[in-house]
Ligand binder design. Structure first.
Ligand code: THU
Length: 132
């Protein structure tokens, strides 16, 4: 589904790609999460020479949101240095699911053109959570 992205969020996602630490894959990713109170937290991917220790942009953004005391996520935006659309990996879908409000939208923001979105329920059918 096509989705609109506030211009300020799109601009910040693009700007933050320069802060991504991705010397191994060369893929720079930024993410933003909009919380239950409207606050937006950003993150970038942070890779590591010990490859599995790398952290995805979505995980960085979620950590910031939770650290600030937010409890719920109603929207996630993702952008990258790749042409076209990028969607969260399986592990990040589960991380989003943990805090997602019902119907939480995941929006992929390409460098040019319209963004696309899917709900987290569509991206992670039957995700594991103990409280639902
Ligand atoms: N990556 C993210 O940060 N988010 C995604 O949604 C997909 C992939 C990162 C992980 C790794 O640092 C790089 O992109 C290439 O896989």
């Amino acid at each position: 589904m096509t989705a609109s992205t506030p211009p300020a969020v799109a601009a910040e996602l693009r700007r933050l790609l320069a802060n991504s630490h991705a010397p191994y894959s060369g893929v720079h990713v930024s993410a933003a999460v909009e919380c239950e109170d409207g606050a937006v937290h950003y993150g970038v991917n942070v890779e590591n020479a010990a490859y599995p220790q790398g952290v995805c942009a979505e995980a960085s953004a979620i950590s910031g949101a939770i650290t600030s005391g937010r409890k719920g996520i109603r929207r996630v935006w993702v952008a990258s240095s790749l042409p076209g659309f990028i969607w969260p990996c399986g592990g990040c879908r589960q991380k989003i699911w943990e805090f997602a409000e019902p119907g939480c939208e995941v929006v992929s923001v390409p460098e040019t053109g319209e963004a696309q979105s899917h709900t987290i329920e569509a991206l992670l059918p039957l995700g594991f959570r103990l409280d639902r």
